[in-house]
Design a protein around this ligand. Structure first.
Ligand SMILES: [Mn+2]
Length: 512
């Protein structure tokens, strides 16, 4: 794979410079976070305890985590500040100094594919964002009594248990958890029902902040519901405030986004390089998976779309079990997850390595629209819904210019026809979740520090008689992950080639 890697990096010459920049800026940011404290903050009296715990630490996994960091790139102090920011936001939402606030954020619980056979565990993003803790079924509770500014963070974790640890591996346990996660107290998860009942009953009046819609841990849900039914506390939902925090990435999170985006981009180049007629979609899927893990990702960010020919007109095609034919285009939508941060990239390329005349026309018009949308993102910092309107307008004009749509229509009719050929949104927020911070609506103007996708496409069904026959039976999407900055937007996935000449130079170069 080393020669494949070299090939991809050579072809995307700009991406090589980016890699260098990333390494340099990563080192700088780690230096900065080691030697400076954020302005206005007290020096952190925190450190990572020594020992074998339920997750990697800088002591046990120095190849993954820098000294002094709790997770890759993120300090205990940053997690602590996030908890403080959330408490302050929620308290200010409900200005009543006579009320206590109790905030409950559950971890995800393990999911099973069949008896005793678990799926790969995926932590609840909200819980992870506030704790850095990767333990299933843990619970974060923050308690702020009335008429005081101070609050207490309590983390409920599984107690040490030699029998359970024999099967499942080491646990952090209560004794070490408070120090590791820099919380005020750690208690056993079994004590949670008693704790929450007692604290709500003794803190009246209080607000219990808990997100009950599609609960992260259904085991916990009944306990919370019974506390609310007993009239001990009014219920509030912390998730909207939390998602408004999550949508703005910190400098450390931006570094993590750059890394996961680079890995995803690199895997896309690998997939192009092994494509040739006769290869199956499944094999392309395998290369994406391999390349991401080999470069340091936990796994792919989602089941990828690997869709040859007219299968690409089904937007969420994930069967990935057909053979690729000469003359077809291949649409791939894939990304990596590294330290829970996701990339989400789409590219479309000809299976043969050479664009046909009509595929090239369609491809170049989508590319023109995508490049213009990225410029608009920097020029106007619009809401994502506005960016979608721009896409429909630009796509309509381009499709008409190339003779895909009739020339005798205009205005809303043209925009409507463009929308019919691209029925999905052009953008979503990206971060710990692929569709990140879903409670932040897409009518909010974007701001520096947000990472969003830009993903126009066209999908022309084989039987679409409103389009000339030569353009039918093809789906094309070009999707990049873009950091909004004070200046021009930064395309974090620009290592994945997308110009026609670059695609033609890489496709099939390492097919076996
Ligand atoms: Mn996407």
């Amino acid at each position: 794979m080393t020669s494949l890697c070299k090939l991809a990096i050579n072809i995307a010459a700009r991406s090589r410079k980016r890699l260098f920049r990333q390494v340099v800026s990563k080192q700088q940011s780690r230096w900065n976070s080691t030697i400076e404290n954020p302005p206005g903050m007290k020096a952190p009296q925190m450190s990572i305890p020594q020992g074998i715990f339920g997750q990697a630490t800088c002591h046990t996994h120095p190849h993954l985590i820098q000294p002094g960091h709790l997770t890759c790139g993120i300090t205990q102090m940053e997690f602590k500040e996030r908890r403080e920011t959330l408490v302050n936001k929620l308290v200010s939402e409900m200005e009543n100094i006579h009320k206590s606030h109790i905030i409950v954020i559950p971890a995800a619980r393990k999911q099973y594919m069949s008896d005793k056979i678990p799926y790969v565990f995926r932590q609840n993003s909200d819980f992870y964002y506030l704790t850095g803790c990767l333990e299933p079924s843990a619970i974060l509770v923050m308690v702020k009594p009335a008429q005081t500014d101070a609050f207490k963070s309590v983390l409920f974790v599984h107690e040490k248990d030699s029998h359970a640890e024999l099967w499942e591996g080491p646990r952090t346990g209560c004794a070490a958890a408070a120090g590791l996660f820099a919380v005020d107290e750690a208690r056993p998860v079994d004590n949670f029902p008693g704790f929450i009942t007692k604290i709500t009953a003794s803190s009246k009046p209080s607000v219990l902040w808990y997100h009950g819609e599609s609960p992260a841990n259904p085991d916990l849900h009944d306990t919370i519901t019974s506390v609310v039914r007993a009239g001990h506390a009014a219920l509030g939902d912390p998730q909207r405030a939390l998602h408004f925090m999550r949508v703005h990435k910190s400098p450390a999170e931006i570094e993590l986004m750059k890394e996961t985006c680079y890995i995803g981009a690199h895997s896309m180049n690998m997939a192009m390089a092994m494509t040739k007629p006769g290869v199956s979609e499944h094999q392309v899927n395998a290369v994406l998976d391999y390349s991401c893990r080999q470069a340091g990702a936990e796994h792919l960010a989602f089941p990828p779309v690997v869709a040859g020919g007219s299968r690409a007109t089904h937007i969420h095609y994930v069967a990935n079990n057909q053979v690729l034919n000469d003359g077809d285009m291949l649409l791939v939508d894939s990304g990596s997850q590294r330290w829970l941060y996701n990339s989400d990239i789409s590219r479309t390329w000809p299976v043969s390595g050479q664009f046909s005349k009509y595929h090239r026309i369609l491809y170049e018009l989508v590319l023109t629209v995508q490049l213009r949308l990225i410029e608009i993102l920097g020029e106007h910092r619009p809401a994502l819904d506005q960016l979608f309107d721009s896409m429909c307008r630009l796509l309509g004009a381009q499709l008409q210019q190339e003779g895909v749509l009739p020339r005798n229509i205009d205005g809303s009719e043209l925009i409507g026809k463009a929308y019919r050929l691209c029925p999905h949104h052009v953008s979503h927020y990206l971060g710990l979740d692929v569709h990140d911070a879903p409670l932040v609506r897409r009518n909010v103007p974007v701001a520096p520090g947000m990472v969003v996708t830009v993903e126009p496409g066209i999908y022309i069904r084989p039987d679409d008689e409103s389009v000339p026959p030569e353009f039918r039976g093809v789906g094309i999407r070009i999707e990049d992950d873009v950091l909004v900055t004070e200046g021009a937007p930064l395309v974090l996935t620009d290592a994945a080639v997308k110009e026609v000449r670059d695609i033609e130079a890489i496709v099939g170069k390492h097919a076996q």
